[in-house]
Design a protein around this ligand. Structure first.
Ligand code: AP5
Ligand code: ZN
Length: 215
């Protein structure tokens, strides 16, 4: 199964991705996590993208498309995958189609902008695994520590309020148009199945809606 998870920054894509990948036995492909790992490692890719990521802008389509094309040829993608944070622009979605990658499901998690600012200011992440917590809504068992490894949690560079607002405006102008792109494609070709779930409520409630939408 090949799934695209759509939604604004902080909508809960990374949080819900975990349950989808467990249920369907497919890997999560988060371009954000891949790029953050490159920044942390100080690789040539990391050095190239660090500034634009910290400012909340988008990395160039060419870089992202190369990264994805390479990733989906890995053996763990044979049964499918879950894209989290990709595609992010119409040219990225078109490149995916040109590469002959058929998507089965596009699932949007919808959350209002005002809720998002609060969510991202309380977000804490385990950098090595991508596990996500929230100081109030989804706290780790021990404050500041990852549940599985006990390692320190960090705050993302791009979770400052003004950067979050910029990311939201980039989302509305560049990424939100993908909803109509995929609806139109579904009407013309019968694929992918498009669904939207309301992303407000407990993590468990949203997981139930997400899994139901994916069948
Ligand atoms: P990326 O890492 O993809 O960030 P994003 O899309 O901005 O999304 P987030 O990771 O911030 O949010 P999320 O939806 O995963 O929410 P989460 O589950 O963590 O991209 C980062 C940057 O990389 C981009 O700005 C860009 O520079 C670059 N980039 C990446 N992909 C790119 C691409 N394709 N093209 C170009 N550039 C690209 O949840 C958020 C918080 O809310 C957490 O604290 C969580 O615990 C909490 N939470 C979750 N669910 C709930 C709930 N139901 N109730 C209350 N709180 C909740
Ligand atoms: Zn994420």
């Amino acid at each position: 199964m090949r799934v695209i998870l759509l939604g604004a920054p902080g909508a809960g894509k990374g949080t819900q991705a975990r349950f989808i990948t467990e249920k369907f036995g497919i890997p999560q492909i988060s371009t954000g996590d891949m790029l953050r790992a490159a920044v942390k490692a100080g690789s040539p890719l990391g050095l190239k993208v660090k500034g634009v990521m910290e400012s909340g802008g988008l990395v160039s389509d060419d870089i992202i498309i190369d990264l994805i094309k390479e990733r989906i040829t890995q053996p763990d993608c044979a049964k499918g995958f879950l894209f989290d944070g990709f595609p992010r622009t119409i040219p990225q979605a078109e490149a995916l189609r040109e590469a002959g990658v058929d998507i089965d499901n596009v699932l949007e998690i919808a959350v209002d902008d005002e809720e998002i600012v609060g969510r991202l200011s309380g977000r804490r992440v385990h950098a090595a695994s991508g596990r996500v917590y929230h100081t109030e809504h989804n706290p780790p068992k021990e404050a500041g520590k990852d549940d599985h490894t006990g390692e320190e949690l960090i705050q993302r560079e791009d979770d400052k309020e003004e950067t979050v607002r910029h990311r939201l405006s980039v989302y509305h102008s560049q990424t939100k148009p993908l909803v109509d792109f995929y609806k139109k494609l579904a009407a013309e070709t019968g694929k992918p199945k498009y669904s939207c779930v309301e992303g407000i409520g407990s993590v468990e409630e949203i997981t139930a809606k997400v899994l139901a939408a994916l069948g």
